[in-house]
Design a protein around this ligand. Structure first.
Ligand SMILES: *[C@@H]1O[C@H](CO)[C@@H](O)[C@H](O)[C@H]1NC(C)=O
Ligand SMILES: *[C@@H]1O[C@H](CO)[C@@H](O)[C@H](O)[C@H]1NC(C)=O
Length: 574
């Protein structure tokens, strides 16, 4: 029955609620460092408490088959931000050197690549990155900030250029470089002794030769000492840097208060957006779970997993701070919240005392830096967006972290040109239940610049297949490497190993490939097509682009002391 009021009211309501007048949705993305899928309550962990991450899954979706483009942070993050395989952006490595280790090195994400933050800006969004970057810094001169987040679409940045590191803690026995070169001191001593003996034996030679050798010895020793000084003695001072936009505000970073500061910055950003009502994209890039693990005192010793467990609970608390702010500011219904990790738990990571300081990857094989095994790339991921995602959804279909780029671009109403190859797909139809099958037929799992495995989800049936071309060079009898596995040293599987990931998610029982010739053929053909689409670019992780450059070294205060503290938080969290 139509009364005058209903006839009148319906058009008015339609006008008010019509999509063209709706406020564009806000985007809050969170990424953890080296967090394993087995570390999180909603993914089956019963011994650590992660109520806040679990809450996102409960109020939204849990993605049980969400894959990173690499099992290492620099390439994984490059792909996450651009929606493109690292091989396309120059962020895949073709040597043993696979992540940035010095702030003062010129390699990094080329600034002609488009990040989702840049896309957000074209749609009128404010954008911020709080926390870890790890995609390069200055390129040609000190403070040209060529690779800086402010140059890659983020209006506001509070965080650090590199990554957390064992070397950044307060335990001098914990050093990444020492764990790669445990015999460094002996090697150095041997070199010096050899140099002295050589000089001695040339004492009997003609003066000019002696002079030449003394000169070379002196020069060599100086070189060895400088490398030692920069890489070991001053590594923390030179690389543990905290910035607000392009201002160096702290050197080295005070780790125990860092997570609280990141959370406070995130909350302040949300409060500011609540005041100006501008749509925003906020990326919270947490320091945890990367070593050196350090937390506020109140998180210490609360669970049975030592410092790793403390850090996990502190990070979950940080996630809670962001969720609580969204509640308080009435932003829940209009905000997409997404949480993931950059790569799997680091199985080989131990403290100087031998405690486990790496994450747990649940039922999945392998972990961080193990190439293509699922433990390194299957990420604990959850997403909440009340307008489209039903509470308690579980998405078992294969998806990629690269999907976030096109998914949020669509949500923000941004137009993407088609001149650039985007490897991600819009997964909102899958998250909302409108689609049942993954938009990805194929995914390619890289180790450095090589494909180690191919994933295939045929449109029909229920299985997802994984064809493993190369496997990690594990220590015989174990499923770990020394500290990281090598890409070039991986074991070639001839014939390749085929797994049905739906019935064998732990990659334990390869299937007889002679019975699945057509599937294998389809997968190898897809790989060829994919490889044909890769254009040549500069490799940003070549050693030549990653070695320390004295002229790019930031330093606050006076050289060589280089110390300062962020005045905004000084004394606040003590
Ligand atoms: C929970 O996570 C911790 C920390 O990584 C791990 O040591 C433990 O084995 C996990 N527990 C379960 C039951 O999965
Ligand atoms: C960025 O510039 C480099 C060097 O000129 C080029 O090789 C690459 O294709 C460019 N990338 C994009 C996405 O335009």
């Amino acid at each position: 029955m139509f009364t005058f009021q209903t006839v009148f009211l319906i058009p008015v309501l339609l006008l008010v609620f019509s999509p063209s007048h709706a406020k564009p949705p806000n985007i809050v993305l969170m990424i953890a460092d080296d967090l394993g899928i087995g570390d999180i309550g909603c993914f089956g962990n019963t011994t650590v408490k992660t109520p806040n991450i679990d809450r996102i899954a409960k109020e939204g979706a849990k993605l049980t088959h969400h894959l990173s483009a690499s099992s290492l942070c620099t390439p994984s993050r490059a792909a996450f931000l651009t929606g493109r395989y690292p091989i396309r952006t120059g962020m895949a490595s073709r040597n043993f050197y696979r992540v940035s280790l010095f702030v003062a090195a010129p390699g990094g994400l080329p600034n002609n690549e488009t990040t989702y933050a840049e896309v957000a800006k074209t749609a009128g969004y404010k954008t911020a990155l709080i926390g870890k970057w790890h995609l390069g810094w200055s390129k040609n001169s000190l403070n040209d900030f060529d690779h800086h987040p402010n140059n890659q679409g983020f209006d506001y940045f509070y965080g650090y250029p590199l990554t957390n590191m064992k070397d950044f803690g307060d335990d001098p026995r914990e050093s990444l470089l020492l764990s790669i070169f445990p015999l460094w001191h002996y090697q150095l001593a041997t070199m010096v002794i050899l140099l002295i003996i050589t000089t001695g034996s040339f004492y009997r030679m003609k003066m000019i030769r002696l002079f030449l050798f003394v000169f070379l010895v002196a020069f060599g020793s100086l070189l060895v000492f400088s490398v030692h000084y920069v890489c070991i003695i001053r590594y923390k001072d030179f690389n543990s840097l905290l910035y607000r936009n392009t201002d160096l505000v702290e050197q080295p970073i005070e780790l125990p208060t860092l997570t609280r500061r990141l959370a406070a910055e995130g909350v302040e950003y949300l409060e500011d957006r609540s005041k100006d009502q501008d749509p925003f994209l906020l990326l919270m890039s947490w320091t945890h779970m990367h070593t050196f693990l350090d937390t506020a005192d109140k998180f210490k010793g609360r669970n049975k997993h030592g410092r790793y467990g403390d850090a996990l609970e502190e990070m979950d608390w940080g996630v809670g701070e962001i969720l609580n702010a969204l509640d308080r500011l009435n932003m829940v219904d209009n905000t997409l919240v997404y949480f993931t990790s950059d790569n799997g738990g680091h199985l080989e990571e131990r403290s100087a005392d031998g405690d486990v300081h790496g994450g747990y990857n649940g039922i999945y094989k392998g972990g961080k830096a193990h190439g293509a095994v699922d433990g390194g790339i299957r990420m604990p991921s959850v997403a909440r967006y009340p307008p489209s995602i039903r509470p308690g959804s579980v998405i078992d279909e294969q998806t990629s972290m690269m999907d976030i780029f096109p998914t949020i671009s669509k949500l923000m109403g941004a137009k993407l040109g088609n001149s650039i190859q985007i490897d991600g797909r819009n997964i909102m139809p899958l998250l909302s239940g409108n689609e049942k099958v993954s938009p990805h037929d194929f995914m390619f799992h890289y180790c450095g610049d090589e494909i180690h495995a191919i994933r295939y989800r045929p449109r029909d049936g229920t299985s997802t297949w994984k064809l493993v071309l190369k496997s990690p060079d594990y220590i015989p009898g174990k499923q770990v490497c020394l500290f990281v596995c090598s890409c070039k040293g991986a074991i070639v599987n001839d014939p390749p190993l085929l797994h049905d990931m739906t019935s064998d998610p732990s990659e334990k029982n390869p299937i007889d490939i002679t019975k699945h010739q057509s599937i294998v053929k389809t997968m190898l053909k897809a790989m060829k097509d994919h490889q044909a689409s890769i254009l040549p670019v500069d490799y940003q992780l070549d050693v030549s682009k990653q070695l320390w450059r004295p002229w790019l070294q930031p330093c606050c205060g006076t050289f060589p002391s280089c110390h300062c503290i962020d005045q905004k938080y000084h004394g606040k969290f003590r």
